[in-house]
Design a protein around this ligand. Structure first.
Ligand code: ADP
Ligand code: ZN
Ligand code: MG
Length: 498
């Protein structure tokens, strides 16, 4: 799973390298992430990636009116430092911004304010992959092209500057990656870390995280692949590119130094532009912004704000809750689920301590984890806003555990709890979901079932074991799922083998 550094992980790296020994792939990633700050990078316009109305969040600064001056957004600086600390980077003591000069209609100033010589963070590491640098820059606007059918005049392009000047973090890895899945896992783990840090939602489908992959074979000419807007396309595009380059080399061809795009429909890369000469952006220090000194006190303060990160959390979950690795991965990879799970556990622990419940807490913990993993994703997917509280969920788990409610009853109760946030004992009461475990009542149910189903009874007596399952099913149906199936089975067996 993502981010796991185990023997098998490295074995896998080695193995895939040996398999591809003739053409060893080398991959380096460049990843842009839109930061979730309140305002834009150099002005006080709202940083709202969901704004639908074009050119709503703009001002003289982010549209480059003459005489306007940028001001550095401190929150963005703090976010990048946190990312750097989480990724084991060094943090620059002195840092500044540069102008990267080029013309494009989505770039109102004719240059982008970015960092070139002094990235905020550098020399980091994640999952054995070195991170060269993480720096801060501003995003561009967005172009919309209205193309008319071939041969017709009058097409046009519109530009929306809402995105212009949004804070953008760029992370560059060393070429340390050797196969497609490793690149995908790395990008996924990065996304998770940014979510845990709360600095970005990093949703690839929404363009909040954009991955570019550089791929070469045997350290030869590298090709850059752009517009990868899902983790799946990161993996597929790299696989495709390795194969494409391999086929060229096998026929003694030459790899073109170029930028390629990814066609998701065709599942192939295509040439966008060749790079005969390297671009000259004429970087120079941004004269309108002061250089920054990053003080050790600031770094200390930001480090203290970093929450427990996924890798540490996975290890702790395995140890503390004795859950299998797969369950841990699912929980930790969906922060909401992991947080909910931990709230539930602390609730159960509090009850245990206060004497409200007396039971084996480890089994309650496993039961909670299993219910969260199997039941929550469906509801989250359907309802979006879910109203269930960990307190009520803990109570439901306890009621399942002591047999007050059957698993089918629990499903029904959960559904209601997600929608209304109601208390499980109230739901059990109002919907009459209480499981019948009382011996006298179940005896009656069993006898009724035997009376109503003479043929299956006969089959069971003849040794057909599955007939008993059928009878239990009938008993459950007659009681609308409220009979405790294990007890019913036992009673039926007792009566029929007497
Ligand atoms: P350039 O100067 O051509 O932009 P850089 O050295 O700045 O190249 O690296 C840009 C990106 O390309 C980085 O993510 C880096 O890891 C990756 N990269 C560098 N060399 C290679 C290579 N031989 N194969 C694949 N990726 C590479
Ligand atoms: Zn603005
Ligand atoms: Mg470069």
């Amino acid at each position: 799973m993502a981010g796991r550094t185990s023997f098998f992980y490295f074995f896998n790296v080695k193995y895939k390298r040996i398999m591809a020994n003739k053409y060893e792939p080398t991959i380096g990633l460049e990843i842009h992430v839109e930061l979730k700050t309140k305002t834009k990078m150099f002005c006080s316009c709202l940083n709202d990636p969901l704004e639908k109305e074009a050119n709503k969040n703009i001002c003289p600064i982010c549209t480059a009116q003459p005489g306007s001056l940028p001001v550095i957004n401190e929150e963005a600086i703090h976010s990048v430092i946190k990312a750097g600390l989480a990724l084991n980077c060094k943090i620059a003591e002195k840092t500044w911004f540069e102008r990267k000069n080029y013309f494009y209609p989505d770039l109102p100033k004719g240059y982008q304010i970015t960092q070139f010589e002094s990235p905020l963070c550098f020399e980091g590491k994640l999952d054995g992959i070195k991170i060269r640098r993480i720096h801060l820059e501003e995003d561009t606007g967005r172009l919309m092209h209205k193309n008319l059918p071939a041969g017709r005049q009058g097409g046009y392009s519109l530009v929306d500057f809402n995105r212009a000047g949004m804070p953008l973090m760029e992370l560059v890895t060393e070429p340390d990656i050797h196969f497609a899945e490793q690149a995908k896992n790395f990008a996924q783990e990065l996304q998770l870390i940014f979510k845990y840090l709360g600095i970005s939602d990093a949703d690839m489908e929404k363009g909040q995280m954009r991955v570019e992959a550089n791929i070469s074979l045997n350290m030869g000419t590298k090709v850059e692949v752009k517009n990868l807007n899902s983790f799946r396309s990161v993996e597929k595009a790299i696989e495709y590119e390795i194969k494409r380059q391999q086929e060229i080399l096998e026929e003694d061809g030459k790899i073109e130094h170029e930028t390629r795009g990814w066609d998701d429909a065709k599942q192939e890369t295509f040439s966008q532009r060749t790079k005969e000469t390297s671009d000259d952006y004429r970087y120079f220090p941004e004269p309108d912004l002061p250089p920054l000194d990053i003080k050790p006190e600031l770094i200390k303060k930001l480090a203290a704000e970093i929450p427990e990160l996924p890798q540490v959390r996975r290890k702790r979950f395995e140890k503390e809750y004795k859950l299998p690795a797969l369950s841990v991965d699912i929980l930790v990879n969906f922060k909401y689920l992991a947080d909910f799970f931990e709230h539930t556990v602390s609730e159960l622990n509090a009850w245990l301590k206060s004497g409200k419940i007396k039971t084996d807490i480890d089994r309650l913990i496993v039961l909670s984890a299993n219910y969260i993993i199997t039941e929550f994703p469906k509801f989250i997917f359907e309802n979006r806003e879910i109203k269930i509280t960990p307190e009520n969920f803990a109570e439901l788990i306890y009621l399942i555990f002591i047999g007050e409610i059957s698993s089918s009853g629990a499903q029904e109760a959960l559904k209601e709890m997600f929608k209304t946030g109601a208390d499980p004992s109230q739901i059990i009461e109002s919907r009459n979901l209480k499981q019948v475990s009382n011996r006298d009542d179940l005896d009656k149910i069993a006898e009724q079932t035997i009376k109503n189903n003479p043929q299956p009874v006969e089959d069971y007596k003849q040794g057909k074991e599955t007939a008993l399952q059928f009878l239990v099913g009938q008993a459950m149906r007659e009681t609308k799922g409220k009979a405790n199936p294990e007890v019913v089975a036992k009673i039926l067996r007792d009566i029929l083998t007497k």
